[in-house]
Design a protein around this ligand. Structure first.
Ligand SMILES: *[C@@H]1O[C@H](CO)[C@@H](O)[C@H](O)[C@H]1NC(C)=O
Ligand SMILES: *[C@@H]1O[C@H](CO)[C@@H](O)[C@H](O)[C@H]1NC(C)=O
Ligand SMILES: *[C@@H]1O[C@H](CO)[C@@H](O)[C@H](O)[C@H]1NC(C)=O
Length: 346
């Protein structure tokens, strides 16, 4: 059984929000004369599994090898809360099997989830992962966040490119057919239109400046860490080690940490992992805010368009909405989503 305890030395990191914003990072990623190293060419070269890599996590390596196609695996992480008939994980597994994605694996956080997934005809591997107790005040969301990045890091260490999925995702077409594979990271967005998904400008006014009164800001909504493809490259491994360390030492939302780590450049005090990145098509890789707020009101487009995956991330009545999405997109009931309110209760 492999154990995935990575860096357990916890340096409390203060997050300074007093003057608006400051990025306070673990020492490894802080720039100083002794830590600045040049990024070398080849950091974005696709790596492969090998016998030596296998030794790091033999159990996981065997499970990945069994299902991988072209060294790529769809990994769905879940624990026992979701592992019941006709609820979240079950609907996710059914959708994967319906579409016929063969290179898929349930990464089960306990034996009940593993047994459940296998009983539903899905390859499964159990990893007993526990975040150190000192991180538990962050709550379940932080814990799961921390675990998912460790799992991705382990897959990358083994030379596999990983398409990581939360369990509240429905697969409607094989997502591997829509990956572009030109970047270290290819990720779903939390954005809900072209502007919020892919970036837009606003400005900060300093009227007293006259000619120089306009500072232009670039904005985009954070990445959706519930559905992300990470290619096995050195740059991706650097990204994951930064994200794991930050998620485990800061009280900050994992999606914010991921987005900052992917997009923010190096500065005088910070060395970026400098991954290349791509935001997935925001309708093809659909979040539930976009579906319920935008797409279902687009008339003919809503009727014609088939997403590849839907992530029911923005709602708490997940199973109900997932079932209705299956009604809409699999059974062809075009009114199946109409009665849902825009949001669900807090
Ligand atoms: C869950 O579904 C399986 C297969 O359809 C069935 O054998 C099993 O009894 C069900 N479990 C429960 C608790 O309903
Ligand atoms: C599952 O894990 C529990 C607690 O960790 C243990 O008591 C039980 O025997 C395990 N069951 C199986 C089928 O391995
Ligand atoms: C479609 O879904 C709606 C909402 O759940 C339901 O009222 C209706 O009966 C369904 N139509 C068909 C043909 O199943």
């Amino acid at each position: 059984m492999c154990s995935l305890f990575l860096l357990c030395v916890l340096v409390p990191i203060k997050f300074n929000s007093r003057d608006g914003y400051a990025l306070d990072l673990p020492p490894l990623f802080r720039t100083s004369s002794s830590t600045v190293t040049e990024h070398h060419n080849g950091r974005h070269t696709l790596e492969r599994p090998s016998r030596e890599k296998t030794l790091q996590y033999p159990g996981l390596a065997a499970a990945l090898k069994k299902v991988a196609i072209n060294n790529e695996v769809l990994v769905v992480m879940s624990d026992r809360r979701y592992a019941h008939n006709d609820t979240i994980l079950d609907l996710c597994i059914q959708s994967i099997n319906r579409v016929g994605v063969k290179n898929a694996l349930v990464l089960a956080l306990d034996n009940k989830t593993r047994d459940f997934a296998e009983g539903r005809g899905m390859a499964a591997f159990m990893m007993k992962l526990q975040a150190p107790e000192s991180q538990q005040p962050g709550g379940a969301r932080t814990m799961i966040g921390a675990l998912k990045f460790r799992i991705m890091a382990a897959c990358l260490d083994l030379g596999y490119s990983v398409l990581f999925s939360d369990a509240d995702v429905l697969v409607l077409q094989n997502p591997f057919s829509f990956l572009v594979r030109d970047s270290d990271v290819e990720c779903m967005t939390d954005g809900y239109d072209v502007r919020t998904a892919y970036g837009f400008q606003t400005s900060l006014r300093h009227d007293e400046m006259g000619y120089g009164s306009d500072a232009v800001l670039l904005n985009l909504v954070v990445l959706n860490a519930g559905f992300i493809y990470v290619r096995a490259t050195e740059a991706s491994r650097d990204l994951m080690s930064l994200v794991v360390r930050r998620v485990e030492t800061e009280n900050t939302w994992d999606q914010t940490i991921l987005s900052e780590s992917v997009f923010l450049p190096s500065t005088p005090t910070y060395k970026s992992p400098a991954v290349t990145s791509r935001i997935m098509d925001y309708e093809l890789f659909l979040n539930s805010l976009t579906l319920f707020r935008e797409l279902r009101h687009t008339g003919q487009h809503y009727t014609d368009f088939l997403p590849a995956v839907v992530h029911v991330n923005a709602h708490t009545d997940k199973a109900e909405r997932m079932e209705a999405i299956v009604d809409r997109y699999v059974k062809g009931n075009f009114t199946a989503l109409d009665h849902f309110p825009l949001g669900s209760a807090r």
